[in-house]
Design a protein around this ligand. Structure first.
Ligand SMILES: O=P(O)(O)OC[C@@H](O)[C@@H](O)c1c[nH]c2ccccc12
Length: 260
């Protein structure tokens, strides 16, 4: 355990403990990735907000579990205009599986992010995906090696940060896709100011995501105004009609133009 882990919420501690036990793949995967920056550019060219819609059957902060077929949910999100999908593969706390991800990636043609707590190199080989999440807070000195290992396999690593210090580590590790998580993994509290405070320090050539806590069109516009290239939205899309919800967030920009 390193110092920054002492303060974690008990739920996060237990997620991390489980992640450290999970087996990886037998041999390195070789991924032909669908370009995420290109998908973001195409959505922007069409005048919409790039939304990464997240298939998250449940979570430590969500009441209940959604039992619909994940592939159906994924198709609906794409029909609603999702630029990319995020798929939880964490089984114990988020109801995910590598099998769901495999099936979803086969069923859609947008880039797919593997959302899990990858803590070692062989876990990268559990399943192919276009993007893979690496959480700076949990990787300490291994971050740089994992970014390199992910790129070698053809993945586009998305490095998740929560403050300027982690941003510096992500950049030093060679990350070119970075997500600022508005949720503090120590307390699980969400604050959109987190993104606003970190974003100004991110170089322009980085593809920048705002993660967590976007619940309304107004939040979406607020994150865009603060410099988000794309928004990663889970709970607010999973709650109800996922196609209509995805469409509402990706078209949130149009309303601003009309009303301002
Ligand atoms: O449901 P929300 O608040 O829209 O958040 C989505 C996503 O950012 C969140 O699920 C998340 C961000 N980082 C993570 C790391 C692991 C698991 C999940 C996450």
């Amino acid at each position: 355990m390193n110092a920054s882990e002492d303060s974690l919420a008990p739920e996060v501690r237990s997620i991390l403990d489980a992640a450290r036990e999970r087996p990886g793949g037998d041999e390195p995967v070789a991924v032909t990735a669908r370009s995420f920056p290109d998908a973001v550019a195409a959505t922007e060219a069409a005048g919409r907000i790039p939304v990464v819609a997240e298939v998250k059957p449940t979570s430590p902060t969500t009441a209940g579990e959604r039992t619909d077929d994940p592939v159906e949910l994924a198709r609906e999100m794409v029909a609603g205009g999702a630029t990319a999908l995020s798929v939880l593969t964490e089984p114990d706390h988020f109801g995910g599986s590598v099998e769901s991800l495999r099936r979803i990636r086969e069923a859609v043609d947008v880039p797919v992010l593997r959302k899990d707590f990858v803590v070692n190199e062989s876990q990268l080989d559990a399943v192919e995906s276009d993007l893979v999440l690496l959480i700076a807070r949990f990787l300490g000195d291994d971050l740089s090696d994992l970014v390199t290992a992910a790129k070698e396999r053809g993945f586009q690593p998305l490095v998740e940060v929560h403050d300027r210090d982690e941003l510096g580590r992500a950049l030093d590790a060679g990350a070119d896709i970075i997500g600022v998580n508005n949720r503090d993994l120590a307390t699980l509290a969400v604050d959109l100011e987190t993104f606003e405070s970190v974003a100004p320090h991110v170089p322009d050539d980085v593809t920048l995501l705002a993660e967590s806590g976007v619940t309304s069109a107004e939040d979406a516009r607020r994150m865009r105004a603060a410099g988000a290239d794309a928004l990663l939205i889970g709970t607010a899309i999973m709650d109800g009609d996922v196609r209509a919800n995805t469409d509402r967030f990706s078209n949130a920009t149009a309303k601003t133009e009309l009303s301002e």
